[in-house]
Design a protein around this ligand. Structure first.
Ligand code: GMT
Length: 380
């Protein structure tokens, strides 16, 4: 198949899923055309089946906000025609699903039927999407898609609860490439960060409020009162300055390190003992899955799709959002040397259930169904 993939090219989970899925599909022979304003972070174009088409956003003095959605729709029309695409797969509803709808309608006037598959990732439904300034457009574009997927059952339920959806939604969880995400021997790195064999806690995210990184710091503060420990914070975003100030206030600067955005996150995870994800909402929790694949157990909130990944008392523990007391005492249970090896082994076993090769065919099935719709449209 020749597939156009639209995503956010930044470090967010939806962009990572789109890029890794595109790469995996290219490996089994599909031709994948990424259409976005910047080359996706994890995309290298060495594979002959991978292509990148840049959306140029023209500015004009009249525009307070340049109309990206229109530029994107126009680019989709152009790429579908020049590359003879079979299908468009858009990740994150806003504004990708509505731009795809527009492209599809334009192409129909030219005698081309292009099926659109939309994958909903999280805040496009649970936060931004349900805001009344977007909701009618999000509802419409989901209903007009030829295939709709969500990354967890929880997100599927939320989508039906918040919007008037008449379309079927297929759940396809996030996936992991176990070739890349596996525990590596990085003793020198561990020694540099934890010279006295302290326990190492890690959090990675795009530092948005929804991640509740202040809870990460509070949990760590409680853990460190009981046992020698260090915390690594990986990523960057709007909350970073506030979190740096909080660490100073709690006198934690000696034991907390900010690593910023990192490409080789698996190297950090390889030396970690515990991953913290106390999010306000989390449709799946890809970062937690990456940690588990590197044998790192998870302390998380029990929101959204997290219970579909993190198994209570097996791969870690889940607590109510904001219950840092419970999260800290559970962290101490996991970090107890009597328990830690079992939790680590369980985390890896669970991660294996989400191996890329199990999940990729589920998307191919959705594509095939969308293409069947195209055939029935053409017969009409
Ligand atoms: O919804 C978001 O926050 C954006 C999105 C992203 O692009 O970072 O993250 C979501 O998609 C990931 C990939 O499907 C999921 O693993 C994350 O749980 C989800 N984030 C939230 O729901 C907060």
């Amino acid at each position: 198949m020749k597939i156009g993939v639209v995503c956010y090219p930044t470090y967010g989970g939806s962009g990572v899923v789109a890029t890794e899925l595109g790469k995996a599909l290219a490996k089994v022979g599909h031709q994948i055309h990424f259409i976005t304003y910047e080359q996706p972070a994890r995309l290298d174009l060495l594979d002959g089946n991978l292509f990148y088409h840049k959306v140029n956003i023209r500015n004009y003095p009249l525009f307070d906000y340049a109309p990206y959605e229109l530029a994107l729709a126009s680019k989709m029309v152009n790429v579908v025609k020049t590359e003879n695409l079979d299908l468009l797969h858009v990740h994150y509803a806003i504004p990708h699903a509505s731009a795809a709808y527009m492209a599809k309608q334009i192409l129909r006037t030219q005698g081309i039927y292009i099926p659109v598959v939309t994958t909903l990732h999280g805040t496009d439904i649970t936060l931004v999407g349900k805001d009344e300034s977007f909701a009618p457009v999000v509802t419409f574009s989901i209903n007009q898609s030829d295939g709709v997927t969500t990354v967890s059952d929880s997100l599927r339920k939320d989508t039906y609860a918040h919007f008037d959806i008449t379309n079927d939604i297929v759940v396809i969880p996030n996936f992991i490439d176990l070739e890349r995400f596996k525990k590596q021997k990085k003793d020198h790195f561990k020694k540099a960060i934890c010279p006295n064999d302290e326990k190492l806690l890690v959090h990675t995210s795009n530092f948005r409020k929804v991640k509740r990184i202040d809870d990460v710091v509070k949990i760590f503060c409680k853990v460190r009162r009981e046992i020698p420990a260090k915390l690594l914070l990986v990523g960057d975003g709007p909350e970073r300055t506030y979190i740096e100030e909080l660490c100073q206030e709690l006198k934690l600067t000696e034991d907390v390190r900010f690593l910023g955005k990192l490409e080789a996150i698996e190297e950090v995870l390889s030396v970690a003992d515990l991953f913290l994800m106390p999010s306000e909402t989390e449709s799946f929790g890809l970062a937690a899955l990456e940690a588990m694949a590197c044998e790192v157990p998870v302390i998380s909130s029990n929101t959204g799709g997290l219970p579909e990944l993190n198994v209570q008392g097996v791969t870690g523990f889940l607590s109510n959002v904001g219950d840092v007391e419970s999260m800290a005492s559970n962290a101490l249970i996991v970090l107890d040397p009597k328990n830690l090896p079992t939790f680590k082994a369980n985390a890896l076993l669970r991660a294996k259930e989400f191996e890329l090769s199990h999940i990729r065919p589920l998307y191919e099935k959705v594509y095939e169904k969308a293409l069947m719709k195209k055939e029935s449209m053409l017969i009409k």
